[in-house]
Design a protein around this ligand. Structure first.
Ligand code: T3D
Length: 266
């Protein structure tokens, strides 16, 4: 197997990116950030990609920041501190923004523990499937930090303030089934079934009208900060654009012709 920190595979129009530092539970070094950023950009720019799956090698999805990376690790005996704001600005904020602005849907296949920024990495994806044995951990307060990578924005919106605070303050393990019950993730599946379920979901999404999917994500995210009238205005603008798309013509003619549609816009 390649020793690259991000493995890339393609089946049809589904691009799978696998975080690949299993000995350190796929925690982020600067190098892995760099690779993932490059691969997300490459997938975004490739017309042959209509859905991305993000997963982890080995027993973890991602344990967040690699706490032994010299860029962020501190030597307690020296009483030194690091500028974590710079780390966030350079890596985690662009990562969250990249995921939420991908021109194709992104599926997280959470194969094992997802901790710290690793948990919020998953929550930034469009649909999150998790293996039943996986756990999500807002591990930040355990090391004196606050949730980042969009966690403070995402958690209350997904689970409500009470659960968001419980998860973020206590940093306990949240089993995948409970994450599904709380509405934090789309679905929890049996461990053995995760790769096939993630691929099937990604193939289903890749056959759908990509631009409509991405515009739907945009409208739903934007509506979090808009009043009702502004959300209606945004729907109108986006629907106008969709109305001019090839996919809309194809969708309607396929419906009228009683045949399956073949969507091509991206
Ligand atoms: O730059 C900044 O700091 C700002 C940005 C912050 C973003 C963040 O993500 S902060 C949160 C960082 N992540 C954590 O605090 C999680 C730390 N890891 C854990 O709490 C546990 O490892 C897990 C709960 C995730 C899993 O526990 P367990 O018992 O299944 O595994 P383990 O034995 O703890 O870990 C296995 C190996 O992975 C171990 O290495 P070893 O002893 O076999 O050589 C462990 O050190 C390594 N590992 C796990 N997480 C990290 C890590 N190494 C470096 N960084 C990690 N985050």
């Amino acid at each position: 197997m390649s020793d690259s920190t991000v493995l890339v595979a393609q089946t049809g129009s589904v691009r799978t990116l696998t975080l690949n530092r299993p000995a350190a539970l796929n925690s982020f070094t600067g190098e892995m950030h760099e690779r993932l950023r490059g691969e997300l950009d490459a997938a975004a720019g490739d017309a042959g990609v209509r859905c991305v799956v993000l997963t982890g090698a080995g027993r973890a999805f991602c344990a967040g920041q690699d706490l032994a990376d010299p860029a962020v690790s501190v030597d307690p005996s020296r009483g030194e501190s690091k500028d974590l704001g710079a780390v966030i600005e350079r890596w985690y904020h662009p990562l969250a923004l990249r995921l939420r602005s991908m021109p194709v849907p992104v599926v997280a296949a959470v194969n094992g523990v997802a901790a710290g920024a690793g948990a919020n990495l998953a929550l930034n994806c469009d649909l999150v499937l998790a293996a039943r044995s996986a756990v999500l951990i807002q591990a930040f307060t355990k090391i004196g930090l606050i949730p980042d990578t969009g966690g403070t924005w995402l958690l209350p919106r997904l689970a409500g303030r009470a659960k968001a605070l419980g998860l973020a303050l206590l940093g306990d393990k949240l089993p995948a089934a409970e994450a599904e019950r709380l509405g934090l993730i789309w679905q929890c599946v049996d461990d053995d079934a995760l790769p096939a379920e993630a691929q099937a979901l990604a193939e289903r999404l890749s056959a759908m009208p990509t631009r409509a999917l991405v515009a739907t994500r945009h409208a739903i995210d934007a509506a979090q900060t808009l009043d009702f009238d502004a959300a209606l205005q945004l729907e109108q603008r986006l629907q106008r654009a969709q109305g001019h798309s090839n996919d809309y013509l194809e969708g309607v003619s396929a419906f009228i012709g009683k045949r399956p549609p073949r969507f091509t816009d991206r």
